[in-house]
Write a new protein. Structure first.
Length: 228
């Protein structure tokens, strides 16, 4: 997807330069920020396709950058964490990140993650697959506009939340394992980090309340139970 602009935010120059080298080689336009304050300024000044965001930043840390970006934008965020602790990843996902990568990372994996996120985001927004409106009870899901309505009320969902909901709706009453959901929604091997699915399921349940029944099938995965 040439000419898509990606913001890489990291206080380590070698990581910024390495990410830019590989992303530009893949056809992306890359801009760089070395701290959170600079990142927020560039977010306001540029139309971004994606943000690669380190969590441990000077001045304004990655958590705060993510929070402020999510306050008024759904631009995909791929966060970088130097720790392999689940808590960092889960908190980052809960704050609105779409994906994560643990440092040190293989730059080819970074490019693969970026491709996958943008393929999902842009491809879905373009209506490339399954344009038909889905209706489950009082919930209406429109893949073309990527809008979810509960009666007359619009339910704002982030990119992966929408994709996950659509996948569950298209497999009503079928149990999908976490690995299957990772493959169907994220579109690539996620190295077994299935807690990502749990976090996004929790978001959907919180936002949709009792209007949809997403059941946990212990030891197996999740299924959306049709109300019809």
């Amino acid at each position: 997807m040439p000419n898509e602009t990606i913001l890489v935010v990291d206080d380590e120059a070698n990581i910024r330069d390495l990410a830019r080298l590989y992303l530009e080689k893949d056809g992306y336009t890359v801009i760089l920020a070395q701290d959170g304050a600079q990142a927020l300024k560039l977010v306001q000044e540029n139309e971004l396709a994606l943000i690669v965001l380190d969590l441990m930043l000077p001045e304004v840390d990655g958590w705060e950058v993510c929070r402020r970006v999510r306050a008024d934008s759904n631009v995909p965020i791929l966060m970088l964490t130097a720790r392999d602790d689940d808590i960092d990843k889960i908190v980052g996902l809960e704050m609105g990140a779409d994906d994560y990568l643990t440092k040190p990372f293989n730059p080819r994996e970074l490019v693969a993650r970026v491709r996958a996120i943008l393929r999902r985001t842009i491809g879905s927004a373009s209506g490339n697959a399954g344009d038909e409106v889905r209706q489950v009870g009082e919930v209406t899901i429109d893949p073309k506009s990527r809008e979810v309505m509960m009666g007359d009320t619009r339910i704002p969902l982030r990119t992966k939340e929408f994709d996950l909901l659509l996948t569950l709706v298209d497999h009503q009453n079928i149990v999908l394992s976490r690995d299957q959901l990772l493959d169907l929604v994220w579109g690539y091997e996620f190295y077994g980090q299935t807690r990502t699915v749990d976090v996004h399921i929790a978001h959907l349940r919180e936002k949709l309340g009792d209007s949809l029944a997403i059941e946990t099938v212990w030891g197996m995965g999740y299924k959306l139970v049709s109300s019809q």
